[in-house]
Design a protein around this ligand. Structure first.
Ligand SMILES: Cc1cc2nc3c(=O)[nH]c(=O)nc-3n(C[C@H](O)[C@H](O)[C@H](O)COP(=O)(O)O)c2cc1C
Length: 477
C-alpha cells in the first residue's frame, strides 16, 4: 500500500500562505501520495476537551497518514494560534502517534526560527512522532518563500529524507524525553499559594497592567500572581483576563505593517487593550504553560501584538513575565514571554517560573519582583539589552531597511526613532518607496515582480531536472 504524507497547514493566510507555497514545492519531490489540510480554516474551538467533527476529521487523517508535515508561518515565536488549538486538543484528549514520522516546513522573517522549529520538534515528539527534520525558509507576504535557491534545495533535502524514511520504515530517535501530559494540556493549572503579607501603601503614581490568558477564577496560580502584584506594589494595578475579552486570532493580513497607522483591522477589543498598554507604566505577562508554550488566550493576544512586537513602541516601560502550570516546561515558556515582551520595547526585569520552587519561595520571589518593578519604574533602571533582544531588533531593522516601501508602519517608526545606522538605508528601497507612493505603479511593479519570481522558479526547476534531479512519484490526494 502506498504511504501517505499529510501537510497540516496552520497559516490563516490560505492561498497567500508562504509556508503553504513552500510545502507545495516540497511535495513535488515526494514519492508517496500527499494531502494538504487547512487547519486554520477548520476553525477549531478554544475548548481543549471538545471533540468537534472538524477536529475528529483532522485526527482521522493524521491517524491514516504515515508522516505529518507541520506547515506554518512563524507567528510570534511559535505556531499560529489556530494551529495551537489543534495541539491543545491533541494533548488534552490523549492522542499518540507513535510509529509515524513528523517534519516541519516553516517560513518566517528569520527571527528565532531555530527556537520555533525546535518547539515543533518538541511537540511532535511529545505526541509520539519521530521527528525527521525541517525547512526554515524566509517568507515573502506576496510571493511565497523569499530566499529562493536555498529554500528550494532545503525542501528537496527534506523530501528525500521523508522518502527514504518511509521506504525503510525508519523512525528517528527522540531528542526530548517524554514530559507528563498534564503539563502540555490547558486543563492543568499551577497550584495557588498564600499571599498574606501586609499590603503596600499605595503611594506610587504609576500604573501596572497585568495581562493573563486564563480567567483568574479558574487559575489559582495566575490568581496568586495577580493578587501578589496587587498587594505588594505601591502603584495601582489593573488586570486583564483575556479569556473574558474579545481578542480573536490574527488573520495575517499584515495591514498593521503595511499601513502607516499600524492599526489592526479586526474589530474587537484588541486595539483598546493595545492603547492601554501604551498608557500604563509597567506590564506583566502571566501565562499558563500549554502545548509547550503558553495558553491559547495569551498566545492569540501576542499574535495580534505582531504590529508592536517589531516596532518597539512600548520603550521606556518596565515589566516582568511569569510562567505557571507547566512543570519542566515553564523555563521555555518564561523565556518565550520575556522575548515577546522585550520585542515590544518593554524592559523585562525578570522571567519567573513557579514549579521548581516551593510555594513560599515562589511567593517571596513574586513579591520581591513586584517591589523591584516599582523601583525600576521610579529609578528608570538602565539595563543593557541581551543578545536576543539586540538580535531581534537588528533583524527587524534590516527587514524594514530593505522592505520599507511595503512595511510602511515599521519604516516610519524606525525612522522617527532614529533606529537606522545610515541616513538613507537601502538605496534601491528608497527609490522604491518613492515609486510606491502611486498605487497603480505599485500594483504594476508587483505584477512584474510576481511574473519574474514565477519564471525564476520554473527555470531553476528545469535546470535541476536537467542535471539529473527528478520529481517525486507521489500525487496529491
Ligand atoms: C502575527 C505574526 C507573527 C509573526 N511572528 C514571527 C516571528 O516570531 N518570527 C519571524 O521570523 N517571523 C514572524 N512573522 C512573519 C511570518 O512568519 C512570515 O511572514 C511567514 O512567511 C508567514 O507565513 P504564512 O504566509 O504561511 O503565514 C510573523 C507574522 C505574523 C503575521
Amino acid at each position: 500500500m502506498t504511504k501517505k504524507v499529510l501537510f497540516l497547514c496552520g497559516s490563516p493566510r490560505r492561498k497567500k500562505s508562504a509556508s503553504l507555497s513552500t510545502a507545495r514545492y516540497l511535495a513535488r519531490f515526494l514519492d508517496c501520495d500527499y494531502e494538504f489540510v487547512d487547519v486554520a480554516k477548520a476553525r477549531l474551538s478554544t475548548d481543549p476537551t471538545e471533540a468537534e467533527p472538524a477536529f475528529l476529521e483532522i485526527v482521522a487523517k493524521m491517524q491514516a497518514a504515515d508522516a505529518v508535515v507541520w506547515t506554518f508561518g512563524a507567528w510570534v515565536l511559535f505556531v499560529p494560534v489556530q494551529m495551537q488549538y489543534l495541539l491543545d486538543k491533541l494533548f488534552t484528549q490523549g492522542y499518540d502517534f507513535t510509529g509515524k514520522i513528523a517534519a516541519a516546513v516553516m517560513t518566517s522573517a528569520r527571527a528565532h526560527d531555530d527556537f520555533i522549529l525546535d518547539r515543533a520538534r518538541f511537540v511532535s515528539e511529545q505526541l509520539g512522532f519521530g521527528y525527521i527534520g525541517d525547512v526554515s525558509a524566509e517568507g515573502n507576504p506576496f510571493f511565497g518563500y523569499a530566499d529562493e535557491e536555498v529554500a528550494e534545495s532545503s525542501c528537496r533535502v527534506l523530501a528525500g529524507q521523508i522518502n527514504r524514511a518511509l521506504a525503510a520504515g525508519y523512525i528517528p530517535a527522540r531528542h526530548y524525553p517524554p514530559v507528563e501530559r498534564k503539563y502540555l494540556s490547558p486543563m492543568y493549572r499551577g497550584p495557588g499559594f498564600a499571599v498574606d503579607g501586609s499590603p503596600a501603601a499605595k503611594t506610587g503614581d504609576k500604573t501596572i497592567l497585568v495581562v493573563t490568558g486564563n480567567r483568574l477564577s479558574e487559575d489559582p496560580a495566575n490568581a496568586g500572581v495577580a493578587e501578589s502584584i496587587h498587594r505588594y506594589s505601591r502603584n495601582s494595578v489593573e488586570v486583564i483576563e483575556l479569556q473574558d475579552r474579545q481578542v480573536g486570532p490574527c488573520v495575517g493580513c499584515y495591514l498593521c505593517d503595511f499601513r502607516v497607522e499600524g492599526v489592526c483591522v479586526i474589530k474587537d477589543e484588541y486595539e483598546a487593550i493595545k492603547q492601554r498598554l501604551h498608557q500604563v507604566d509597567g506590564i506583566v505577562f502571566v501565562g499558563n504553560c500549554v502545548s509547550g508554550m503558553v495558553d491559547c488566550y495569551l498566545k492569540a493576544f501576542l499574535d495580534r501584538c505582531w504590529g508592536i512586537a517589531h516596532r518597539p513602541s512600548l520603550k521606556g516601560k518596565y515589566g516582568f513575565v511569569v510562567a505557571t502550570g507547566g512543570g519542566p516546561l515553564e523555563a521555555d515558556a518564561a523565556w518565550y514571554l520575556r522575548g515577546v515582551l522585550n520585542k515590544t520595547g518593554v524592559r523585562c526585569i525578570a522571567a519567573l517560573t513557579q514549579s521548581a520552587a516551593d510555594a513560599p519561595a515562589f511567593a517571596a520571589t513574586v513579591r520581591r519582583t513586584t517591589e523591584d518593578l516599582d523601583r525600576a519604574l521610579d529609578e528608570k533602571w538602565h539595563i543593557a539589552d541581551r543578545f536576543n533582544t539586540r538580535a531581534v531588533a537588528w533583524t527587524f531593522r534590516d527587514l524594514v531597511a530593505t522592505n520599507g516601501m511595503i512595511l510602511r508602519a515599521d519604516y516610519k517608526f524606525h525612522q522617527e526613532h532614529k533606529m537606522f545606522d545610515y541616513l538613507s538605508p537601502g538605496g534601491v528601497n528608497a527609490l522604491m518607496r518613492l515609486l510606491f507612493k502611486s498605487e497603480i505603479l505599485k500594483r504594476r511593479m508587483m505584477a512584474v515582480r510576481g511574473a519574474q519570481v514565477a519564471k525564476g522558479r520554473e527555470k531553476r526547476l528545469a535546470a535541476y531536472l536537467q542535471c539529473g534531479g527528478r520529481l517525486g512519484e507521489g500525487k496529491e490526494i
